[in-house]
Design a protein around this ligand. Structure first.
Ligand code: AMP
Length: 277
């Protein structure tokens, strides 16, 4: 496994591979990331993982400085997953002094849900992913459905810019108790984790209600909100939207994205599921 820290070295390594799949990450790797690496391997002979906690996608009061950075453990996990190339640039390498800010935005997708609660977040995501795509020129890039809106925004960005990169969606990996795996779960105390389980439970219950014939999304949303408030979670949003446009839907008439963002103590968690009539 080759580990590179500069853009020049990354380009050199890339030039040696005929075809490459990229898994962009912020590190603190867990089974969710490893599952993306496994999917990537099915799509290309060489797999690259980027590890970069991107400052431009964090808000001023968010957890950029305290975000976990267990680099030795991350490299060992990449090695075990037989990753070919790890690109781990510094902030100064990615955002050299003097570089001007560039904005790629898809406002119809980014003004809602996470974008509404985290202003500027997706501008940072598009900026860093565009840079990674230009540096590593992957043929395939894998993104998790755990960050459903991010996956959709990146897919739309690639389409809108005619980028010859196949974006592969990967299913959300969960712990046995149902909690969606996330690097931020490390912030939770045992008690907070128990309360945080209300999120995946609420989504599961809503999916069961849809299976049982419920179609009105306001009823689904209300019962999800109740489940979260019962565990004293601070709800950012509970939404039922079209999974392509993110427009709110009143009825589950086709595929419908149920998405939750809520805080347990000071930790903000997101999760989602797609239900069908
Ligand atoms: P992050 O390091 O949190 O920025 O995530 C890097 C990639 O891993 C993104 O495409 C995420 O959507 C994906 N990811 C994060 N958590 C999970 C999970 N539990 N299951 C599947 N993919 C995930």
């Amino acid at each position: 496994m080759k580990i590179v820290r500069t853009i020049a070295e990354a380009r050199q390594e890339r030039a040696r591979c005929p075809s490459m799949a990229l898994v962009p990450t912020m590190g603190a790797l867990h089974q969710g990331h490893i599952s993306l690496i496994a999917v990537a391997r099915k799509h290309a002979p060489k797999v690259a993982v980027s590890i970069f906690v991107n400052p431009t996608q964090f808000g001023p009061r968010e957890d950029f400085s305290k975000y976990p950075r267990p680099i030795e453990a991350d490299l060992a996990k990449c090695q075990a997953a037989e990753v070919d190339l790890v690109f781990k640039p510094t902030v100064e390498e990615m955002y050299r002094p003097g570089l001007l800010d560039i904005v790629i935005d898809l406002p119809s997708l980014t003004n809602v849900l996470e974008g509404a609660k985290r202003p500027g977040h997706f501008k940072g995501v598009c900026q860093v992913v565009a840079k990674l795509f230009n540096i590593l020129t992957p043929d395939v890039a894998c993104f998790g459905e755990k960050d459903y809106q991010q996956l959709r925004v990146i897919t739309a960005m690639v389409e809108a810019l005619d980028w010859p990169i196949r974006i592969v969606p990967c299913p959300t990996m969960r712990d046995p108790d149902g909690m969606a795996m996330s690097s931020r779960n490390a912030y939770l105390s045992a008690e907070e984790r128990q309360r945080g389980l209300a999120i995946s439970r609420a989504l599961k219950q809503a999916a069961e209600q849809v299976k049982a014939g419920y179609r009105q999304t306001n009823r689904l949303i209300t019962s999800m909100q109740h489940a979260l408030l019962e565990q004293r979670l601070l709800v950012d949003y509970v939404a039922a939207v079209d999974p392509l446009t993110f427009k709110a839907v009143a009825e589950v008439a086709g595929p419908t994205l149920l998405a939750i963002a809520a805080r347990v103590g000071s930790t903000r968690l997101i999760d989602n599921t797609v239900v069908r009539p």
